[in-house]
Structures are given as structure tokens and as C-alpha cells.
Ligand binder design. Structure first.
Ligand SMILES: Nc1ncnc2c1ncn2[C@@H]1O[C@H](COP(=O)(O)OP(=O)(O)OP(=O)(O)O)[C@@H](O)[C@H]1O
Ligand SMILES: [Mg+2]
Length: 464
């Protein structure tokens, strides 16, 4: 099943940034719009109240109602626009002056009595026929002894169109904020994420032949540094593993090739002419020996490969080391006698280990000691316990080895020059198996030359 593709990080981040920018601009816009609306309303209210105050004084002190009635056009000229309404009337009578060019209907208005100041509370909101709101108030005064009601109103046409215009600008600003942030964010993010793309390109370029190439980290931002470091470290491990694998398979092919070649050679020679039954029997016996050797190599390699893979299941149990050493020595008695070598055993300890594996490690060491010791010398097999460690040692006299040779003894397929020429029985795997067994036990195998001409192998087990 194909997994749904996630939207790109660039797209998601850009959208998020743009939304934030848009919301910020919209918030600022709403705030400014509301402030502007409040101040426009206040100005319009002041104008209405100011006009009422002005005409109240005019009618009270200078202009009588009769004079006004006879020439109303004086008054009409005093108002500046058709958005203003002004009505002068005696209470309950038809108005003396009625300026209402848009025929707006006024809401019921409270009358502010003579001598009282009209303020914002006296104003009422109504609606002009065009749907535009208006603000109106009525005050009373007296002109020549007669009570007069003055009503003034302002239809907020200009204010509303100003606000509508402002709204349009805010919408535009919000849209622009979204677009500009999206565009800039996209460009910047793409630049910022370039190291990631480089990493992907680099990874795509990696192949077994090009495992040594590494990501350069100078231009990597701090956030990606960790990833790039981990990636490089992974390549290091892969390259190392791959190298070992290549080396291992090359060695393996090489090791198997020789015995197989010799097997084929023997058979070809034998087939050239008719042989006697004895000759065939000898050939089969020699072939069997070769095959046994191949089988040993394969078994050893298999063992090492398995030990590498995981912590193989160890069947630990308490062991008497003296008994184990005795057992191995008895097994090699015949071989030792052949080379006139004496096996000397010393010490005792109890150790928790896998008996089969311990025997195998010990056998490999003792077999080596007998094989490589000088003719007629002694092999010391001993165990000591000290500082929470149990140490099994196998020492023999033998060739003097250089430090570099000594450090390679535990490597797979490493064979000393002597053994290489000496016998076809040497595979260079015995000590590698010892090292692997020690690793499985959390223990350590080491080798030293205590004196020139002596070589001592030690297995050091930590005591539980
Ligand atoms: N006790 C020893 N004295 C001297 N040289 C040794 C001793 N043990 C090992 N070596 C050297 O170390 C090499 C590696 O030993 P290792 O046991 O791994 O392989 P091997 O003995 O050659 O073959 P095999 O796989 O049959 O054990 C030997 O070839 C030998 O040169
Ligand atoms: Mg060996």
C-alpha cells in the first residue's frame, strides 16, 4: 500500500508564517478601524451638539422667530451640506424651519430643557433612507418669550464612506501580508533547507564503491549538524563493516581455493592413467583429509560469523578450571609426546562460563602451544585469580615475534610465516575464535612475550 505523501515542510511552514502575518495585520487593522470609527463618531456628535448650542444662543439673544419665519432662506444658507438636518419648531406646531434634504426620518428624541446643556447622552441614533446611520438631538430654548425646539441631526455619509474606504485598505493589507510573507518565507526556507537537499543528494550518490565520501559540515546550520554528524558516523560504520566483509570474503575465497585446487590436482593426476586399487584408496584417503580441512575452515568461519552476529546464547555454569585444564591436557597428550613436549598444569579456580566454548578456547591455545613450541620444551598451563579477575594462561617457548606480528595474532586468517610454510593444516582462525569466545563472555584474550623466546597467552575473565 502506498503511504500518503505528506505536504512539504517548506509549504507547511510558509503557510503557517503567512497565516500568522495575516492575523497580525488583520488584528492591527481591526484595532485601527475601531479607533477611527470611534473618533469619527465623536467628531460628528460634537458637530451636532455644537450646532445646537450655537443656534440656541442665536435664537435666544439675536434672532426672533418672526424674523426667521419671514426669511427662512437666511437659515438654509447657514448649513453647509445636504447631510445635515435642522428643524426649528414651537412645541406641538408645524416647524418654522425644516431643512431635511434627504427626507430622513428621525427617531423619537428626548428634549433637553432650556438651561440644561446637551451632551452625548442626549443624542440618538437613527437611519437615513439610504441605510446610512444618523445622529440627532433636540434642545429647547426661548426666543422672544416663546418656547422653541431646535432639532439637529447629521447623516454620516462621509464618515461611512471614509470607513468603507479604510476597510478596503485593510483587506488589501491583509492579502498583501499573506502573499509577501508566503513568497519571502518560501524563498528563505528553500535557502535554509538547502543542506537537507544536499544531504539527500549525497546519500543518493553513496554506493559500495563510494563509501568513503562524507558530508561537509562547514555550511551546515547548527540544527542539522547533529544529523550530518550522525550520518557521517553511520557512513564510517558502514565503510568499516563493508571493508571487513570484503576482506573476509576475499580471505575466505583464498583459503578455500588452495585446498580445492589441490583436490582437483590430485584427481586430475590420478585420472591420467588406470591406477591400482591401492592407489585409488590412497588418493581417496588424501582427498578425505583435504575435505576434512575444508570442512573445518567452513565450520570455523561459520562459528565466527555467528559469534559476530549477536550475543549467542551462552550456557554459563560454574566450572572447576583445574579439571578443564586437565581434560584438555589429556586430550593433547599424544600430540605433545610426539614432539617431546611436557604439559605442566598449575592453580585452580571456579569460573562461570560456557563449558563447551571454554574448552574450545583452551584447546585452541594448547594446540597452538604444542604446535609452535620448540621441540622438547615445556608448556605451562595455569590459572590465577586476582582483583576480581580469573586469569588462565598458556605459555610456551617458541620463535621471537615482532610487535606488529604479536598485535595481529588474533586477526582472522593471520598466520605466522613459519606456520604458513610448515603445514597446510594451519588456517589462522584458531586465535580469532578464541577472541570471539572471550568477547561473548565479556572477557579478554591477550598475548605477551614475557622474555625473548617465550610467548604467553592469557584469558582474563571478570568474576561476577
Ligand atoms: N603458542 C604460539 N607460539 C608461537 N606462535 C603462535 C602461537 N600461537 C599462535 N601463534 C602464531 O599465531 C598464528 C595464528 O594462530 P591461530 O591459532 O590463529 O592460527 P593457526 O594456528 O595458524 O591455524 P588454526 O586455524 O589451525 O588454529 C599462527 O600461525 C602462529 O604463527
Ligand atoms: Mg591455531
Amino acid at each position: 500500500m502506498r503511504t500518503r505523501r505528506q505536504p512539504s515542510l517548506t509549504l507547511r511552514s510558509t503557510l503557517a508564517f503567512s497565516l500568522v502575518a495575516m492575523l497580525t495585520v488583520a488584528g492591527a487593522g481591526v484595532y485601527l478601524y475601531e479607533s477611527m470609527k470611534a473618533s469619527l463618531l465623536q467628531r460628528s456628535d460634537h458637530a451636532v451638539l455644537g450646532r445646537l448650542d450655537h443656534f440656541r444662543k442665536l435664537l435666544h439673544y439675536d434672532l426672533t422667530l418672526d424674523k426667521l419665519q419671514s426669511s427662512p432662506q437666511i437659515f438654509e444658507n447657514m448649513l453647509d451640506s445636504e447631510d445635515d438636518i435642522f428643524i426649528i419648531a414651537e412645541p406641538g406646531q408645524t416647524p418654522v424651519i425644516m431643512v431635511n434634504p434627504l427626507q430622513a426620518e428621525l427617531p423619537p428624541l428626548p428634549v433637553t430643557a432650556e438651561g440644561m446643556r446637551a451632551d452625548a447622552a442626549s443624542l440618538r441614533t437613527g437611519m437615513a433612507p439610504s441605510g446610512v446611520p444618523l445622529r440627532a438631538a433636540t434642545v429647547q430654548t426661548s426666543s422672544g418669550g416663546r418656547a422653541v425646539n431646535l432639532t439637529a441631526a447629521h447623516i454620516m455619509v462621509k464618515e461611512m464612506s471614509l470607513l468603507a474606504d479604510f476597510r478596503q485598505r485593510i483587506y488589501l493589507a491583509v492579502a498583501l501580508a499573506f502573499l509577501i510573507t508566503a513568497l519571502l518565507g518560501f524563498v528563505l526556507l528553500r535557502r535554509g533547507l538547502r543542506p537537507l537537499r544536499e544531504m539527500a543528494a549525497h546519500a543518493a550518490d553513496i554506493s559500495p564503491e563510494r563509501l568513503e565520501s562524507r558530508m561537509r559540515s562547514e555550511n551546515t546550520p547548527v540544527e542539522l549538524q547533529q544529523l550530518s554528524d550522525a550520518y557521517n558516523a553511520m557512513l564510517d560504520r558502514l565503510a568499516d563493516g563493508y571493508l571487513r566483509l570484503t576482506q573476509f570474503s576475499a580471505d575466505l575465497a583464498h583459503e578455500i581455493r588452495t585446498p580445492v585446487g589441490s583436490l582437483m590436482g590430485h584427481c586430475q593426476v590420478a585420472l591420467r592413467q588406470v591406477r591400482s586399487a591401492d592407489e585409488y584408496q590412497a588418493l581417496l584417503a588424501s582427498n578425505l583429509e583435504e575435505l576434512e580441512r575444508i570442512s573445518r575452515i567452513v565450520e570455523s568461519i561459520l562459528f565466527l560469523a555467528r559469534a559476530d552476529e549477536t550475543q549467542a546464547v551462552l550456557q554459563r555454569q560454574p566450572l572447576c578450571v583445574h579439571d578443564e585444564m586437565q581434560r584438555v591436557a589429556e586430550y593433547f597428550e599424544g600430540l605433545a609426546e610426539e614432539r617431546q613436549i611436557r604439559l605442566l598444569i598449575s592453580g585452580d579456580a571456579t569460573l562461570s562460563a560456557d563449558p563447551l566454548l571454554l574448552r574450545r578456547a583452551l584447546s585452541n591455545l594448547v594446540a597452538n602451544a604444542i604446535r609452535y613450541a620448540d621441540h622438547g620444551s615445556e608448556v605451562l598451563i595455569g590459572v590465577t585469580t586476582a582483583q576480581a579477575h580469573c586469569r588462565i594462561e598458556v605459555e610456551n617457548q617458541g620463535p621471537v615475534l615482532s610487535d606488529s606480528a604479536l598485535s595481529k595474532l588474533f586477526d582472522r586468517f593471520y598466520r605466522g610465516d613459519a606456520s604458513r610454510h610448515q603445514s597446510s593444516d594451519s588456517n589462522g582462525l584458531g586465535l580469532a575464535i578464541v577472541a570471539a569466545i572471550m568477547q561473548l563472555h565479556g572477557a579478554e584474550a591477550s598475548v605477551v612475550q614475557p622474555r625473548p623466546g617465550y610467548i604467553r597467552f592469557a584469558l582474563s575473565f571478570p568474576m561476577a
